[in-house]
Design a protein around this ligand. Structure first.
Ligand SMILES: [Zn+2]
Length: 234
């Protein structure tokens, strides 16, 4: 278990950050600081961190786009951790005379793409494409949307941890919905709720006893709970 002060520092640093920066901050808690890790490898670390911090079962709500019915889903993060990591970080697609070889995107690629939203797709492709050929010759042109779609599908298939989905047929209308398990936003929301609750506890104990924040954070969770009961918190 990471020290509360370390988790709080991560939470504070990520408050104003976008999703990719938050993913990197969380990844650092899992002991890996490189932005050059493929997104699937990164998310595997984050699913592992999620298990260490908040347990194996992840729940959420999915609203059916067809009828609006909300349904709760339940996901075991061990499902992701069981899937072996991809043997290689490169995928290749051939279609309509095009042949494209691409490495799996990393957080650094996503950051570069996010910095230029209108050109995000082109930026990602330019960074990750290793070879683009048309009719057997190397070209600099961007492949058509169909080929890009095939590349995205090939990347998702090569590393399922980067794109975790759960089939969720609607109980009301039978629509075949899919829930996307975005580990970054799930883990961030949980860290956020945990941090805000902890700050309230620090506030209660600091007010009651005159202790400093580091003194309160140094207490074990059990002792903290007992003192909180004594001062009538919660
Ligand atoms: Zn429905």
């Amino acid at each position: 278990m990471r020290a509360p002060a370390e988790l709080l520092a991560t939470w504070e640093a990520g408050l104003a950050a976008g999703p990719v920066r938050r993913a990197l901050l969380l990844q650092a808690l899992a002991g890996e600081r490189s932005a050059e890790l493929p997104v699937g490898a990164r998310d595997r670390l984050l699913f592992g961190l999620r298990r260490a911090l908040f347990g194996e079962r992840l729940t959420g709500l999915l609203a059916c786009p067809g009828c609006g019915t909300e349904q709760e889903f339940d996901f075991d993060v061990a499902n992701v951790l069981r899937v072996p990591a991809p043997a290689e970080d490169v995928v290749e697609v051939e279609s309509g005379g095009w042949r494209v070889r691409m490495r799996l995107p990393t957080s650094a690629d996503l950051l570069a793409a996010a910095a230029d939203p209108p050109a995000a797709r082109a930026v990602l492709l330019a960074r990750c494409a290793l070879a683009v050929q048309r009719a057997g010759r190397p070209v600099r042109a961007e492949p058509p949307a169909e080929v890009v779609g095939l590349l995205a599908a090939a990347a998702a298939e090569a590393d399922p941890a980067a794109d975790v989905r759960v089939a969720m047929p609607c109980v009301e209308c039978g629509r075949r919905n899919t829930a996307t398990i975005d580990v970054v936003s799930h883990l961030w929301a949980e860290l956020d709720a945990w941090a805000r609750a902890l700050l309230l506890e620090v506030h209660a104990l600091a007010t009651a006893y005159g202790w400093t924040e580091p003194e309160v954070l140094a207490l074990s969770p059990t002792r903290r709970r007992h003192y909180l009961e004594l001062v009538g918190h919660g």
